[in-house]
Write a protein that binds this ligand. Sequence first.
Ligand code: GCB
Length: 590
Amino acid sequence: MNSRKGISQSGPTLDMPVPSSFNDVGQDRQLRSFVGWVWYEREVTLPQRWTQDLGTRVVLRIGSAHYYAIVWVNGVHVVEHEGGHLPFEADISKLVQSGPLSSCRITIAINNTLTPHTLPPGTILHRTDTSKYPKGYFVQNTNFDFFNYAGLHRPVLLYTTPTTYIDDITVTTSVDQGTGLVDYQIFVQGSEHFQLEVRLLDQEGKVVAQGTGCRGQLQVPNAHLWWPYLMHEHPAYLYSLEVRVTTQTAAGPVSDFYTLPVGIRTVEVTERQFLINGKPFYFHGVNKHEDADIRGRGFDWALLVKDFNLLRWLGANAFRTSHYPYAEEVLQLCDRYGIVVIDESPGVGIVLAQSYGNRSLQHHLEVMGELVRRDKNHPAVVMWSVANEPASFLPPAGYYFKTLIAHTKALDPSRPVTFVTNSNYEADLGAPYVDVICVNSYYSWYHDYGHLEVIPLQLATQFENWYRTYQKPIIQSEYGAGAIPGFHQDPPVMFSEEYQKALLQQYHMVLDEKRKNYVVGELIWNFADFMTDQAPQRVMGNKKGIFTRQRQPKAAAFLLRERYWQLANDTRRPPAAGGAQCLESGLFHV
Ligand code: GCB
Protein backbone atom coordinates (compact mmCIF):
# COMPACT_ATOMS: atom_id res chain seq x y z
CA MET A 1 0.00 0.00 0.00
CA ASN A 2 1.25 3.49 -0.83
CA SER A 3 1.85 5.16 2.50
CA ARG A 4 0.64 8.56 1.24
CA LYS A 5 -2.65 7.52 -0.26
CA GLY A 6 -5.80 6.75 1.66
CA ILE A 7 -8.07 3.84 0.87
CA SER A 8 -10.65 6.10 -0.79
CA GLN A 9 -8.26 6.49 -3.72
CA SER A 10 -8.52 2.80 -4.53
CA GLY A 11 -12.25 2.94 -5.37
CA PRO A 12 -15.66 3.68 -3.88
CA THR A 13 -16.02 3.37 -0.11
CA LEU A 14 -18.93 3.13 2.34
CA ASP A 15 -19.50 4.99 5.57
CA MET A 16 -19.32 2.41 8.31
CA PRO A 17 -20.09 3.02 11.99
CA VAL A 18 -17.72 1.71 14.67
CA PRO A 19 -18.53 -0.15 16.79
CA SER A 20 -20.95 -2.20 14.71
CA SER A 21 -21.10 -5.27 12.53
CA PHE A 22 -20.99 -4.26 8.89
CA ASN A 23 -23.62 -6.82 7.86
CA ASP A 24 -26.96 -5.17 8.66
CA VAL A 25 -26.32 -1.46 8.24
CA GLY A 26 -26.64 -1.43 4.45
CA GLN A 27 -29.28 -2.24 1.88
CA ASP A 28 -27.02 -4.60 0.03
CA ARG A 29 -27.61 -8.36 0.18
CA GLN A 30 -23.99 -8.97 -0.81
CA LEU A 31 -22.64 -6.97 2.09
CA ARG A 32 -24.89 -8.80 4.53
CA SER A 33 -23.45 -12.20 3.66
CA PHE A 34 -20.00 -11.04 2.55
CA VAL A 35 -17.10 -13.44 3.18
CA GLY A 36 -13.55 -12.17 2.77
CA TRP A 37 -11.55 -8.99 3.35
CA VAL A 38 -13.11 -5.68 4.29
CA TRP A 39 -11.08 -2.52 4.91
CA TYR A 40 -11.69 0.18 7.49
CA GLU A 41 -9.84 3.47 7.52
CA ARG A 42 -9.92 6.60 9.64
CA GLU A 43 -7.69 9.63 9.81
CA VAL A 44 -7.25 11.32 13.19
CA THR A 45 -5.34 14.34 14.42
CA LEU A 46 -3.25 13.73 17.49
CA PRO A 47 -2.62 16.28 20.26
CA GLN A 48 0.80 17.89 19.93
CA ARG A 49 2.08 16.46 23.21
CA TRP A 50 1.51 12.96 21.86
CA THR A 51 3.66 13.55 18.82
CA GLN A 52 6.35 15.78 20.33
CA ASP A 53 6.96 14.42 23.82
CA LEU A 54 9.19 11.35 23.50
CA GLY A 55 8.34 10.45 27.08
CA THR A 56 4.80 9.63 25.92
CA ARG A 57 3.87 6.18 24.75
CA VAL A 58 1.02 6.18 22.23
CA VAL A 59 -1.04 3.02 21.96
CA LEU A 60 -3.69 1.92 19.49
CA ARG A 61 -6.20 -0.47 21.05
CA ILE A 62 -8.76 -2.46 19.11
CA GLY A 63 -11.52 -3.89 21.30
CA SER A 64 -12.52 -6.61 18.86
CA ALA A 65 -12.16 -7.20 15.12
CA HIS A 66 -13.87 -10.27 13.75
CA TYR A 67 -12.11 -12.44 12.66
CA TYR A 68 -8.54 -11.87 11.40
CA ALA A 69 -7.16 -8.33 11.41
CA ILE A 70 -4.13 -6.58 9.94
CA VAL A 71 -3.45 -3.03 11.07
CA TRP A 72 -1.42 -0.23 9.49
CA VAL A 73 -0.70 3.25 10.78
CA ASN A 74 0.26 5.78 8.14
CA GLY A 75 0.72 2.85 5.77
CA VAL A 76 3.12 1.00 8.08
CA HIS A 77 2.14 -2.45 9.26
CA VAL A 78 1.85 -2.40 13.08
CA VAL A 79 0.03 -5.51 14.26
CA GLU A 80 -1.99 -8.57 13.22
CA HIS A 81 -4.46 -10.47 15.35
CA GLU A 82 -6.43 -13.68 15.06
CA GLY A 83 -9.74 -14.07 16.87
CA GLY A 84 -12.82 -11.94 16.91
CA HIS A 85 -13.70 -11.37 20.55
CA LEU A 86 -10.63 -10.19 22.40
CA PRO A 87 -8.70 -6.93 22.34
CA PHE A 88 -5.25 -6.29 20.96
CA GLU A 89 -2.89 -3.33 20.91
CA ALA A 90 0.06 -1.81 19.11
CA ASP A 91 2.60 0.69 20.44
CA ILE A 92 2.63 3.29 17.68
CA SER A 93 4.79 5.91 19.44
CA LYS A 94 7.73 5.67 17.05
CA LEU A 95 5.49 6.03 14.06
CA VAL A 96 3.65 9.10 15.21
CA GLN A 97 6.69 10.74 16.79
CA SER A 98 9.03 10.41 13.83
CA GLY A 99 7.98 13.34 11.67
CA PRO A 100 6.21 16.67 11.54
CA LEU A 101 2.81 15.04 10.92
CA SER A 102 0.23 15.29 13.66
CA SER A 103 -2.27 13.26 11.70
CA CYS A 104 -2.39 9.54 11.82
CA ARG A 105 -4.17 7.26 9.38
CA ILE A 106 -5.38 3.99 10.84
CA THR A 107 -6.17 1.23 8.37
CA ILE A 108 -7.60 -2.11 9.45
CA ALA A 109 -8.19 -5.00 7.08
CA ILE A 110 -10.51 -7.68 8.47
CA ASN A 111 -11.27 -11.12 7.14
CA ASN A 112 -14.27 -13.03 8.53
CA THR A 113 -13.43 -16.38 6.92
CA LEU A 114 -13.65 -19.33 9.32
CA THR A 115 -11.66 -22.51 8.73
CA PRO A 116 -11.34 -25.78 10.66
CA HIS A 117 -8.47 -24.14 12.61
CA THR A 118 -10.13 -20.89 13.61
CA LEU A 119 -12.14 -20.40 16.83
CA PRO A 120 -14.98 -20.85 16.19
CA PRO A 121 -14.19 -23.24 13.36
CA GLY A 122 -15.94 -23.24 9.99
CA THR A 123 -15.42 -24.54 6.48
CA ILE A 124 -15.45 -22.91 3.09
CA LEU A 125 -17.39 -25.07 0.68
CA HIS A 126 -16.43 -24.60 -2.97
CA ARG A 127 -19.34 -25.40 -5.26
CA THR A 128 -17.76 -26.72 -8.43
CA ASP A 129 -20.81 -28.01 -10.30
CA THR A 130 -21.04 -25.34 -12.97
CA SER A 131 -24.52 -26.50 -13.98
CA LYS A 132 -25.70 -25.22 -10.60
CA TYR A 133 -23.28 -22.51 -9.53
CA PRO A 134 -21.27 -19.81 -11.25
CA LYS A 135 -17.51 -20.31 -11.52
CA GLY A 136 -15.62 -19.75 -8.26
CA TYR A 137 -18.79 -20.00 -6.14
CA PHE A 138 -18.28 -20.79 -2.47
CA VAL A 139 -20.16 -20.56 0.81
CA GLN A 140 -19.06 -20.31 4.42
CA ASN A 141 -20.34 -23.20 6.49
CA THR A 142 -20.38 -23.17 10.29
CA ASN A 143 -21.40 -25.57 13.02
CA PHE A 144 -22.83 -23.04 15.38
CA ASP A 145 -26.26 -21.49 15.59
CA PHE A 146 -25.70 -17.75 15.30
CA PHE A 147 -24.98 -15.35 12.50
CA ASN A 148 -21.28 -14.84 11.83
CA TYR A 149 -21.43 -11.07 12.29
CA ALA A 150 -18.18 -9.31 11.41
CA GLY A 151 -16.45 -5.96 11.53
CA LEU A 152 -15.11 -3.72 14.29
CA HIS A 153 -17.45 -4.79 17.08
CA ARG A 154 -15.96 -2.80 19.93
CA PRO A 155 -14.34 0.61 20.29
CA VAL A 156 -11.04 1.44 18.63
CA LEU A 157 -9.08 3.70 21.00
CA LEU A 158 -5.89 5.70 21.09
CA TYR A 159 -4.43 6.27 24.55
CA THR A 160 -1.14 7.26 26.12
CA THR A 161 1.03 6.22 29.06
CA PRO A 162 4.49 7.29 30.16
CA THR A 163 7.27 5.14 28.62
CA THR A 164 7.57 3.26 31.91
CA TYR A 165 4.11 1.89 32.46
CA ILE A 166 1.92 -0.64 34.23
CA ASP A 167 1.53 -3.46 31.74
CA ASP A 168 -0.59 -5.87 33.77
CA ILE A 169 -1.97 -6.51 37.25
CA THR A 170 -3.09 -9.83 38.69
CA VAL A 171 -5.17 -9.84 41.83
CA THR A 172 -6.43 -12.90 43.67
CA THR A 173 -8.37 -12.79 46.88
CA SER A 174 -9.04 -15.03 49.84
CA VAL A 175 -10.50 -14.66 53.30
CA ASP A 176 -9.04 -15.71 56.61
CA GLN A 177 -11.41 -15.36 59.56
CA GLY A 178 -12.95 -12.17 58.32
CA THR A 179 -9.69 -10.66 57.09
CA GLY A 180 -9.64 -10.17 53.34
CA LEU A 181 -6.35 -11.11 51.72
CA VAL A 182 -5.57 -9.43 48.42
CA ASP A 183 -2.55 -10.90 46.67
CA TYR A 184 -1.28 -8.71 43.88
CA GLN A 185 1.35 -8.94 41.21
CA ILE A 186 2.20 -5.99 39.00
CA PHE A 187 4.09 -6.11 35.73
CA VAL A 188 5.91 -2.97 34.71
CA GLN A 189 7.45 -2.40 31.29
CA GLY A 190 9.83 0.20 29.95
CA SER A 191 12.41 0.37 32.73
CA GLU A 192 13.95 -1.70 35.50
CA HIS A 193 14.26 1.27 37.81
CA PHE A 194 11.04 2.47 39.32
CA GLN A 195 9.15 2.84 42.55
CA LEU A 196 5.89 1.05 42.98
CA GLU A 197 3.19 2.05 45.44
CA VAL A 198 -0.06 0.24 45.99
CA ARG A 199 -3.06 1.38 48.01
CA LEU A 200 -6.40 -0.27 48.61
CA LEU A 201 -9.31 2.09 49.21
CA ASP A 202 -12.78 1.24 50.43
CA GLN A 203 -15.96 2.72 48.98
CA GLU A 204 -15.69 5.75 51.26
CA GLY A 205 -12.25 6.48 49.84
CA LYS A 206 -10.47 5.42 53.02
CA VAL A 207 -7.11 3.67 52.58
CA VAL A 208 -7.50 0.25 54.19
CA ALA A 209 -4.15 -1.28 53.22
CA GLN A 210 -1.02 -0.34 51.34
CA GLY A 211 2.15 -1.84 50.02
CA THR A 212 5.19 -1.34 47.84
CA GLY A 213 6.91 -3.47 45.22
CA CYS A 214 5.72 -5.65 42.38
CA ARG A 215 4.09 -8.32 44.46
CA GLY A 216 2.64 -8.62 47.88
CA GLN A 217 -0.36 -9.24 50.04
CA LEU A 218 -2.74 -6.60 51.36
CA GLN A 219 -4.69 -7.47 54.48
CA VAL A 220 -8.12 -6.01 55.11
CA PRO A 221 -9.50 -6.69 58.60
CA ASN A 222 -13.30 -7.04 58.67
CA ALA A 223 -13.40 -7.01 54.90
CA HIS A 224 -16.62 -6.29 53.01
CA LEU A 225 -16.95 -9.26 50.74
CA TRP A 226 -18.13 -9.16 47.14
CA TRP A 227 -21.48 -10.96 47.09
CA PRO A 228 -23.84 -11.72 44.19
CA TYR A 229 -26.73 -9.26 44.33
CA LEU A 230 -29.40 -11.61 45.64
CA MET A 231 -27.24 -13.12 48.37
CA HIS A 232 -26.52 -10.16 50.57
CA GLU A 233 -28.04 -6.84 51.48
CA HIS A 234 -24.88 -4.98 50.48
CA PRO A 235 -23.86 -6.91 47.38
CA ALA A 236 -21.07 -6.28 44.90
CA TYR A 237 -18.76 -4.41 47.27
CA LEU A 238 -15.77 -3.15 45.33
CA TYR A 239 -12.54 -1.80 46.73
CA SER A 240 -10.20 0.26 44.52
CA LEU A 241 -6.64 -0.84 44.06
CA GLU A 242 -4.54 2.19 43.16
CA VAL A 243 -1.21 1.40 41.58
CA ARG A 244 1.40 4.07 40.99
CA VAL A 245 4.71 3.40 39.26
CA THR A 246 7.20 6.28 39.32
CA THR A 247 10.45 6.76 37.46
CA GLN A 248 12.99 9.56 37.69
CA THR A 249 13.62 11.34 34.41
CA ALA A 250 15.65 14.40 33.42
CA ALA A 251 12.42 16.37 33.61
CA GLY A 252 11.63 15.08 37.11
CA PRO A 253 9.55 12.17 38.42
CA VAL A 254 6.97 10.68 36.04
CA SER A 255 4.19 8.35 37.15
CA ASP A 256 1.83 5.90 35.54
CA PHE A 257 -1.30 5.44 37.61
CA TYR A 258 -4.03 2.81 37.35
CA THR A 259 -7.12 2.05 39.42
CA LEU A 260 -8.49 -1.46 39.45
CA PRO A 261 -11.82 -2.36 41.10
CA VAL A 262 -11.27 -5.32 43.43
CA GLY A 263 -13.93 -7.58 44.88
CA ILE A 264 -12.84 -9.80 47.75
CA ARG A 265 -14.52 -13.15 47.39
CA THR A 266 -13.80 -16.86 47.20
CA VAL A 267 -15.08 -19.55 44.85
CA GLU A 268 -15.01 -23.25 45.59
CA VAL A 269 -16.53 -26.40 44.16
CA THR A 270 -17.38 -29.47 46.24
CA GLU A 271 -18.94 -32.77 45.20
CA ARG A 272 -22.42 -31.25 45.30
CA GLN A 273 -22.10 -27.51 45.65
CA PHE A 274 -20.80 -24.35 44.09
CA LEU A 275 -19.70 -22.07 46.92
CA ILE A 276 -19.21 -18.32 46.84
CA ASN A 277 -17.68 -17.02 50.08
CA GLY A 278 -18.31 -20.46 51.53
CA LYS A 279 -22.08 -20.30 50.89
CA PRO A 280 -23.94 -22.46 48.34
CA PHE A 281 -24.68 -20.54 45.17
CA TYR A 282 -27.46 -21.61 42.80
CA PHE A 283 -27.12 -20.16 39.29
CA HIS A 284 -30.54 -19.00 38.13
CA GLY A 285 -30.04 -17.03 35.00
CA VAL A 286 -29.66 -16.91 31.27
CA ASN A 287 -27.46 -17.51 28.28
CA LYS A 288 -27.01 -14.46 26.14
CA HIS A 289 -25.67 -13.34 22.80
CA GLU A 290 -24.19 -10.04 21.74
CA ASP A 291 -26.88 -9.49 19.16
CA ALA A 292 -29.33 -6.80 18.14
CA ASP A 293 -31.06 -5.21 15.18
CA ILE A 294 -28.91 -3.20 12.78
CA ARG A 295 -25.69 -3.14 14.86
CA GLY A 296 -25.42 -6.96 14.91
CA ARG A 297 -22.72 -7.75 17.44
CA GLY A 298 -21.58 -4.13 17.77
CA PHE A 299 -21.19 -2.77 21.29
CA ASP A 300 -24.01 -0.46 22.37
CA TRP A 301 -24.29 1.11 25.84
CA ALA A 302 -28.05 1.62 25.60
CA LEU A 303 -28.63 -2.02 24.75
CA LEU A 304 -26.28 -3.14 27.49
CA VAL A 305 -28.02 -1.12 30.18
CA LYS A 306 -31.42 -2.30 28.94
CA ASP A 307 -30.22 -5.90 29.19
CA PHE A 308 -29.00 -5.41 32.75
CA ASN A 309 -32.32 -3.84 33.71
CA LEU A 310 -34.06 -6.87 32.25
CA LEU A 311 -31.75 -9.26 34.08
CA ARG A 312 -32.59 -7.56 37.36
CA TRP A 313 -36.29 -7.44 36.51
CA LEU A 314 -36.08 -11.20 35.99
CA GLY A 315 -34.16 -11.80 39.18
CA ALA A 316 -31.39 -13.51 37.19
CA ASN A 317 -28.25 -13.82 39.29
CA ALA A 318 -25.97 -15.22 36.57
CA PHE A 319 -25.31 -15.63 32.87
CA ARG A 320 -22.94 -17.42 30.57
CA THR A 321 -21.17 -15.48 27.85
CA SER A 322 -22.39 -17.96 25.25
CA HIS A 323 -20.51 -18.53 22.95
CA TYR A 324 -17.55 -16.11 23.04
CA PRO A 325 -16.05 -13.47 25.33
CA TYR A 326 -18.28 -10.39 25.68
CA ALA A 327 -17.20 -6.77 25.78
CA GLU A 328 -15.24 -5.75 28.88
CA GLU A 329 -17.93 -3.21 29.75
CA VAL A 330 -20.33 -6.12 30.29
CA LEU A 331 -18.06 -7.62 32.93
CA GLN A 332 -17.49 -4.26 34.56
CA LEU A 333 -21.24 -3.89 35.07
CA CYS A 334 -21.47 -7.46 36.40
CA ASP A 335 -18.83 -6.57 39.00
CA ARG A 336 -20.77 -3.48 39.98
CA TYR A 337 -24.20 -5.11 40.12
CA GLY A 338 -23.18 -8.48 41.54
CA ILE A 339 -24.21 -10.61 38.58
CA VAL A 340 -22.22 -13.81 38.31
CA VAL A 341 -20.59 -14.82 35.03
CA ILE A 342 -19.48 -18.06 33.44
CA ASP A 343 -16.93 -16.69 30.99
CA GLU A 344 -16.85 -18.69 27.76
CA SER A 345 -14.21 -18.85 25.05
CA PRO A 346 -15.17 -18.80 21.36
CA GLY A 347 -14.70 -22.58 21.27
CA VAL A 348 -18.12 -23.28 19.83
CA GLY A 349 -18.89 -25.84 17.14
CA ILE A 350 -15.65 -27.84 17.44
CA VAL A 351 -17.02 -30.91 15.76
CA LEU A 352 -14.64 -31.76 12.91
CA ALA A 353 -11.81 -34.23 13.56
CA GLN A 354 -9.48 -31.71 11.87
CA SER A 355 -10.28 -29.17 14.58
CA TYR A 356 -8.70 -31.40 17.22
CA GLY A 357 -5.16 -31.29 15.81
CA ASN A 358 -2.15 -29.48 17.26
CA ARG A 359 -2.69 -26.36 15.22
CA SER A 360 -6.21 -25.85 16.58
CA LEU A 361 -5.20 -26.78 20.10
CA GLN A 362 -2.29 -24.35 20.05
CA HIS A 363 -4.59 -21.54 18.98
CA HIS A 364 -7.19 -22.47 21.59
CA LEU A 365 -4.48 -22.36 24.30
CA GLU A 366 -3.49 -18.88 23.13
CA VAL A 367 -7.09 -17.70 23.17
CA MET A 368 -7.50 -18.94 26.75
CA GLY A 369 -4.33 -16.99 27.59
CA GLU A 370 -5.81 -13.80 26.11
CA LEU A 371 -9.17 -14.37 27.79
CA VAL A 372 -7.72 -15.04 31.24
CA ARG A 373 -5.37 -12.07 30.93
CA ARG A 374 -8.29 -9.79 30.09
CA ASP A 375 -10.90 -11.07 32.56
CA LYS A 376 -8.96 -12.56 35.50
CA ASN A 377 -9.54 -9.62 37.85
CA HIS A 378 -13.33 -9.53 37.59
CA PRO A 379 -14.90 -10.83 40.80
CA ALA A 380 -18.11 -11.51 38.82
CA VAL A 381 -16.32 -14.15 36.75
CA VAL A 382 -16.55 -17.35 38.79
CA MET A 383 -15.79 -20.03 36.20
CA TRP A 384 -14.16 -20.41 32.77
CA SER A 385 -15.89 -22.36 30.02
CA VAL A 386 -13.42 -23.45 27.38
CA ALA A 387 -16.02 -24.62 24.83
CA ASN A 388 -19.65 -25.22 23.95
CA GLU A 389 -20.98 -28.53 22.65
CA PRO A 390 -17.78 -29.87 21.12
CA ALA A 391 -17.76 -33.38 19.66
CA SER A 392 -16.20 -34.49 22.93
CA PHE A 393 -16.79 -38.15 22.10
CA LEU A 394 -14.20 -38.11 19.28
CA PRO A 395 -10.98 -39.94 20.24
CA PRO A 396 -8.67 -36.87 20.21
CA ALA A 397 -11.08 -34.90 22.42
CA GLY A 398 -9.72 -36.51 25.59
CA TYR A 399 -6.21 -35.19 25.11
CA TYR A 400 -7.49 -31.90 23.72
CA PHE A 401 -9.67 -31.05 26.73
CA LYS A 402 -7.24 -32.45 29.27
CA THR A 403 -4.54 -30.13 27.90
CA LEU A 404 -6.83 -27.15 27.48
CA ILE A 405 -8.31 -27.38 30.97
CA ALA A 406 -4.93 -27.98 32.63
CA HIS A 407 -3.56 -24.94 30.79
CA THR A 408 -6.48 -22.76 31.90
CA LYS A 409 -6.05 -23.88 35.50
CA ALA A 410 -2.35 -23.12 35.32
CA LEU A 411 -3.16 -19.63 34.03
CA ASP A 412 -5.71 -19.13 36.80
CA PRO A 413 -5.64 -21.57 39.71
CA SER A 414 -8.33 -19.55 41.50
CA ARG A 415 -11.33 -20.51 39.36
CA PRO A 416 -13.04 -23.74 38.34
CA VAL A 417 -13.02 -24.68 34.66
CA THR A 418 -15.69 -26.37 32.60
CA PHE A 419 -16.93 -26.86 29.07
CA VAL A 420 -20.55 -27.22 28.10
CA THR A 421 -21.51 -30.63 26.80
CA ASN A 422 -24.35 -32.22 24.88
CA SER A 423 -22.53 -35.53 24.47
CA ASN A 424 -23.70 -38.76 26.00
CA TYR A 425 -22.43 -39.12 29.56
CA GLU A 426 -20.77 -42.44 28.76
CA ALA A 427 -19.04 -41.22 25.62
CA ASP A 428 -17.81 -37.80 26.76
CA LEU A 429 -14.01 -37.83 26.88
CA GLY A 430 -13.61 -34.31 28.22
CA ALA A 431 -15.94 -34.51 31.22
CA PRO A 432 -13.35 -36.21 33.50
CA TYR A 433 -11.36 -32.95 33.51
CA VAL A 434 -14.06 -30.40 34.32
CA ASP A 435 -14.90 -29.14 37.82
CA VAL A 436 -18.61 -28.71 37.16
CA ILE A 437 -20.68 -30.69 34.66
CA CYS A 438 -22.53 -28.25 32.39
CA VAL A 439 -25.08 -30.06 30.26
CA ASN A 440 -27.42 -28.85 27.53
CA SER A 441 -30.61 -30.68 26.60
CA TYR A 442 -33.67 -29.94 24.50
CA TYR A 443 -36.21 -32.59 25.49
CA SER A 444 -39.49 -32.26 23.62
CA TRP A 445 -37.91 -29.85 21.19
CA TYR A 446 -35.32 -31.50 18.97
CA HIS A 447 -36.88 -34.91 19.55
CA ASP A 448 -40.18 -36.16 20.96
CA TYR A 449 -41.68 -33.06 19.40
CA GLY A 450 -44.73 -31.90 21.26
CA HIS A 451 -44.47 -34.60 23.95
CA LEU A 452 -43.94 -32.48 27.00
CA GLU A 453 -44.90 -35.39 29.22
CA VAL A 454 -41.60 -37.21 28.55
CA ILE A 455 -39.49 -34.41 30.00
CA PRO A 456 -39.59 -35.35 33.69
CA LEU A 457 -38.36 -38.88 33.04
CA GLN A 458 -35.71 -37.92 30.47
CA LEU A 459 -34.36 -35.02 32.48
CA ALA A 460 -34.20 -36.94 35.74
CA THR A 461 -32.35 -39.74 33.93
CA GLN A 462 -29.92 -37.22 32.45
CA PHE A 463 -29.03 -35.82 35.88
CA GLU A 464 -28.79 -39.22 37.55
CA ASN A 465 -26.49 -40.61 34.85
CA TRP A 466 -24.10 -37.69 35.01
CA TYR A 467 -24.00 -37.55 38.77
CA ARG A 468 -23.56 -41.28 39.23
CA THR A 469 -20.65 -41.23 36.79
CA TYR A 470 -18.77 -38.17 38.04
CA GLN A 471 -20.00 -37.02 41.47
CA LYS A 472 -19.61 -33.40 40.44
CA PRO A 473 -22.15 -30.60 40.72
CA ILE A 474 -24.27 -30.14 37.60
CA ILE A 475 -25.61 -27.04 35.86
CA GLN A 476 -28.41 -27.29 33.32
CA SER A 477 -26.52 -24.91 31.08
CA GLU A 478 -29.16 -24.76 28.30
CA TYR A 479 -32.79 -25.74 27.92
CA GLY A 480 -35.61 -24.00 26.14
CA ALA A 481 -38.10 -23.88 23.31
CA GLY A 482 -38.75 -21.59 20.39
CA ALA A 483 -41.74 -19.23 20.57
CA ILE A 484 -42.78 -16.78 17.93
CA PRO A 485 -44.04 -13.74 19.82
CA GLY A 486 -47.78 -13.41 19.46
CA PHE A 487 -48.36 -17.05 18.47
CA HIS A 488 -50.85 -18.52 20.93
CA GLN A 489 -52.26 -22.01 21.18
CA ASP A 490 -53.84 -23.80 24.09
CA PRO A 491 -53.38 -26.69 24.63
CA PRO A 492 -49.83 -25.72 23.72
CA VAL A 493 -48.20 -26.57 20.40
CA MET A 494 -44.63 -25.93 19.35
CA PHE A 495 -43.68 -22.32 18.56
CA SER A 496 -46.54 -20.89 20.62
CA GLU A 497 -45.75 -18.84 23.71
CA GLU A 498 -47.79 -21.38 25.70
CA TYR A 499 -45.54 -24.25 24.57
CA GLN A 500 -42.39 -22.41 25.55
CA LYS A 501 -43.86 -21.78 28.98
CA ALA A 502 -45.13 -25.32 29.45
CA LEU A 503 -41.79 -26.81 28.47
CA LEU A 504 -39.98 -24.67 31.03
CA GLN A 505 -42.45 -25.73 33.71
CA GLN A 506 -41.70 -29.40 33.03
CA TYR A 507 -37.99 -28.71 33.42
CA HIS A 508 -38.55 -26.76 36.61
CA MET A 509 -40.30 -29.66 38.33
CA VAL A 510 -37.22 -31.84 37.94
CA LEU A 511 -34.79 -29.01 38.69
CA ASP A 512 -36.61 -28.36 41.96
CA GLU A 513 -36.14 -31.96 42.95
CA LYS A 514 -32.48 -32.24 41.92
CA ARG A 515 -31.32 -28.91 43.24
CA LYS A 516 -31.89 -30.26 46.74
CA ASN A 517 -29.05 -32.54 45.91
CA TYR A 518 -26.34 -31.76 43.35
CA VAL A 519 -27.84 -29.55 40.63
CA VAL A 520 -26.34 -26.09 41.18
CA GLY A 521 -27.84 -24.08 38.37
CA GLU A 522 -30.21 -23.51 35.49
CA LEU A 523 -29.58 -21.14 32.61
CA ILE A 524 -32.37 -20.65 30.10
CA TRP A 525 -31.64 -20.70 26.37
CA ASN A 526 -31.94 -17.86 25.51
CA PHE A 527 -32.26 -14.41 27.04
CA ALA A 528 -33.42 -12.89 23.73
CA ASP A 529 -34.16 -13.99 20.17
CA PHE A 530 -31.08 -13.70 17.99
CA MET A 531 -30.00 -13.85 14.36
CA THR A 532 -28.75 -17.06 12.77
CA ASP A 533 -27.87 -18.23 9.30
CA GLN A 534 -30.88 -18.80 7.10
CA ALA A 535 -32.27 -22.32 7.45
CA PRO A 536 -35.69 -23.96 7.18
CA GLN A 537 -35.85 -24.49 10.97
CA ARG A 538 -35.01 -20.85 11.76
CA VAL A 539 -37.65 -18.15 11.44
CA MET A 540 -35.68 -14.91 10.99
CA GLY A 541 -33.27 -16.33 13.54
CA ASN A 542 -33.52 -18.39 16.69
CA LYS A 543 -36.75 -17.75 18.60
CA LYS A 544 -35.88 -19.38 21.92
CA GLY A 545 -35.57 -15.99 23.58
CA ILE A 546 -37.78 -15.27 26.56
CA PHE A 547 -37.49 -11.71 25.28
CA THR A 548 -37.80 -10.75 21.64
CA ARG A 549 -34.77 -9.41 19.83
CA GLN A 550 -36.16 -5.95 20.66
CA ARG A 551 -36.17 -6.94 24.36
CA GLN A 552 -39.93 -7.26 24.87
CA PRO A 553 -41.12 -10.08 27.16
CA LYS A 554 -42.83 -13.24 25.92
CA ALA A 555 -45.09 -15.16 28.32
CA ALA A 556 -42.15 -17.28 29.47
CA ALA A 557 -40.35 -14.21 30.79
CA PHE A 558 -43.07 -13.67 33.40
CA LEU A 559 -42.90 -17.32 34.41
CA LEU A 560 -39.14 -17.15 34.87
CA ARG A 561 -39.39 -13.87 36.72
CA GLU A 562 -41.68 -15.45 39.26
CA ARG A 563 -39.42 -18.45 39.57
CA TYR A 564 -36.15 -16.55 39.90
CA TRP A 565 -37.45 -14.19 42.54
CA GLN A 566 -38.85 -17.18 44.35
CA LEU A 567 -35.44 -18.84 44.24
CA ALA A 568 -33.88 -15.66 45.53
CA ASN A 569 -36.47 -15.29 48.24
CA ASP A 570 -34.23 -16.59 51.00
CA THR A 571 -32.20 -13.44 50.87
CA ARG A 572 -34.38 -10.85 49.23
CA ARG A 573 -37.98 -10.15 48.27
CA PRO A 574 -39.13 -9.36 44.69
CA PRO A 575 -39.68 -5.76 43.69
CA ALA A 576 -43.20 -4.37 43.93
CA ALA A 577 -45.60 -5.83 41.37
CA GLY A 578 -45.02 -4.59 37.86
CA GLY A 579 -42.05 -2.51 38.88
CA ALA A 580 -38.59 -3.29 37.69
CA GLN A 581 -36.00 -1.91 40.08
CA CYS A 582 -34.55 1.31 38.85
CA LEU A 583 -30.83 1.63 38.61
CA GLU A 584 -29.77 4.37 40.93
CA SER A 585 -28.79 7.48 39.09
CA GLY A 586 -25.14 8.29 39.19
CA LEU A 587 -24.14 4.71 38.53
CA PHE A 588 -23.07 5.49 35.06
CA HIS A 589 -20.00 7.30 33.97
CA VAL A 590 -19.95 6.33 30.35
C1 GCB B 1 -27.57 -25.47 21.49
C2 GCB B 1 -26.47 -24.52 21.26
C3 GCB B 1 -26.96 -23.12 20.97
C4 GCB B 1 -28.17 -23.17 20.04
C5 GCB B 1 -29.27 -23.93 20.74
C6 GCB B 1 -30.52 -24.10 19.84
O1 GCB B 1 -27.41 -26.53 22.04
O2 GCB B 1 -25.51 -24.50 22.29
O3 GCB B 1 -25.91 -22.38 20.40
O4 GCB B 1 -28.60 -21.92 19.64
O5 GCB B 1 -28.82 -25.21 21.07
O6 GCB B 1 -31.42 -23.28 19.95
O7 GCB B 1 -30.54 -25.01 19.04
